[in-house]
Every structure is written in structure tokens, then in C-alpha cells.
Design a protein. Sequence first.
Length: 80
Amino acid sequence: MSTELVAAYSPDWSRQFDAIRKRLEIVLAGDFLRVEHVGSTSVPGMVAKPIIDLIVVIGPAHLPRVTQALETIGYRLKAI
């Protein structure tokens, strides 16, 4: 049996996402269209697992550069 922590909504989640987004904007140096905060932590008032989920939206030509840049800071590609 596994248990997962669910927390009451925190406005800090939005601030955490903003900090992550700013870092990604620097690392990706314009090779992206946008960075989106998704999942339950992006919904004000919703209880959630306190993990910031995000999506980096890119054009297909940028995939190799973006994948490499994200890997250098510890992210991994998960195509959906």
C-alpha cells in the first residue's frame, strides 16, 4: 500500500513555478514557445500533491537543443 502526501492549496506554488519558469527561460535561450504551469498545483484553492508540474511548449525543430539544455539542469524528456 502506498501513500501520497496531499496538501492544502498554497499560493507559494505559483511563486515556485514563476521561479522555475524564469530559470528555464534563461537556460532555453528562446528555443521555446511558452512554459505552462499545469496539474493540480496550478489550480487556486485545490488540494494537491505538492509537486510543480509544467510543460515546455516548443516547435519540433527545437527538440534536440531543448532536450539537451533541460538535461544539463536535471530534467528529462517525457513525450506525451
